[in-house]
Design a protein around this ligand. Sequence first.
Ligand code: FAD
Length: 555
Amino acid sequence: MSAVQPIDAPTPAAASCDVVIVGAGFAGLYMLHRLRGLGFTARVYEQGDGVGGTWYWNRYPGARCDVESMQYSYSFSEDLQQEWDWSERYAAQPEILRYANHVANRFGLRSDIQFKTRVDRAVFDEAADRWSVTLSDGQMVRAQFVVLATGCLSNARMPDIKGLAGFKGAVYHTGKWPHHDVDFAGRRVGVIGTGSSAIQSIPIIAEQATHLTVFQRTPNYSIPARNAPLTDDERDAFRARYPEVRRFAREVARNGIYTELPDRGALDDAESDRRAKYEARWQRGGLTFMSVYNNLALDMAANDTAAGFVREKITEIVKDPGTARLLQPDTYPIGTKRICIDTDYFATFNRPNVTLVDIKANPIEDILPDAVRLADGTKVALDALVLATGFDAMTGSVARIDIRGRNGQTLNHKWAEGPKTYLGLMSAGFPNLFLITGPGSPSVLSNMMVSIEQHVDWIADCLGVMRDRGLVTMEAKRDAEETWVAHVNEVAKGTLYPQANSWYMGANIPGKPRVFMPYIGGVGVYRQICNDVAARGYEGFLMAPAEVVRKAAAV
Ligand SMILES: Cc1cc2nc3c(=O)[nH]c(=O)nc-3n(C[C@H](O)[C@H](O)[C@H](O)COP(=O)(O)OP(=O)(O)OC[C@H]3O[C@@H](n4cnc5c(N)ncnc54)[C@H](O)[C@@H]3O)c2cc1C
């Protein structure tokens, strides 16, 4: 990491533009495209050396989307969605990365993206109503607006395990996978973690490795993906329905995914009917398992029926009863941690070269140069370690930037007790600073493409309105923010979600405040709220010529 300059160091000559966008994932790319279309000058800074964000970094074996590709794709360009051929129901990482590159080329975006450049600091200059943005190469950029398209799952979390640095074998993090092929043939491999990335990669690593040891703290619910190649007919049929599919995903669906709306709760059906419905969804595969009934996220007894069904499936698949028992989640309701979808995950534990170690009962004591040592003294000899330990989600990448708003207040200080935003879009005291899929918006609880496009469109439209009306600064009002934060908490409390120690709650990061970060009210409802706010003249925001905003903020 390059050193961050002291706050009052002499500033080097600054480049300037209307908008600095941080990150060149799907959010940053579309933001740039929209702003250019409105005639704004915008510059994207990306720490990686290519576009694609998540799909640039997560190159582990088996990485693929879990929202079906025909839906996990941009909808803003009819030509784009008609011309791009997804090869599988769930595209693998290389294909999604090709798609991101295709988008960057097709819309000529690269000339405004600077790669291998991290944004280290952003300071709001109250006298000039401009942000001063410091880059990792020491350059300074001045901009009227900053958009943080930094990603919710982009700050890979390294576990704090004694001795890890002294391990002599290869160490990989799924979220920062090397760009070259990694071959595990002839190696004894350990995977630490059993979240989504582990569940995708374990079956493939098991096929290559001499032996695979999976270190599990908490088991996860996982549903078969039933991935398969897409035929021309399937693609064409889907494309023909795109107007309806996209409308439904944006306006009606809770999670931005086109599927049947459940019309009843789980306890409204007799046991045999319920089982038949779960079985049908299990056979269909994919994330829509949780939308069989309308109360699985709300009612514990209803949730138990779905959780019990999945536990039974695990017992059926996994031959060793002890291993099956360990793989069955029973300490949190199904769906309250991000539900996983897999290809042969549970069956992989029937292989003779795979061992499951319960590190809740027998924690990792330390890592030796050639082994993992457990609390009971057992040593598991390893040649390679895969850390599938997830991310400092939603706030992690924002927190790594030294962001200073009015009166020099840092965003990290303001968010010390948990993130505070108005609509997940702005935080009071930080004028002209926008977040895409920030905490307080549906974000990671949704098909992210739907949420990204919604936020980008809302921000772009807003900047256009400001320019047309001669407005210079915009910021969230504190009371509007407090009301929104309370609403986000209230809605979460009415569900089963806070019962799980999930990364939605920040529970995977030691010391991180336990706050349910995403807005669970549903993408359709949330979109309507944002649209209504805009229609009422951006209610809850201060938008005014510079002088007026400064005086109001001082009160
Ligand atoms: C393995 C995996 C699978 C997923 N599958 C799905 C799925 O199927 N469906 C779904 O809806 N979502 C999925 N997600 C969530 C996924 O993150 C989003 O769908 C989407 O790709 C996010 O796009 P983004 O542009 O907001 O963020 P990202 O793709 O994370 O991009 C953010 C970019 O910002 C850059 N950046 C961050 N901080 C800085 C800085 N200070 N300076 C410069 N650059 C910076 C990062 O390097 C990164 O490239 C998945 C996530 C993971 C990790």
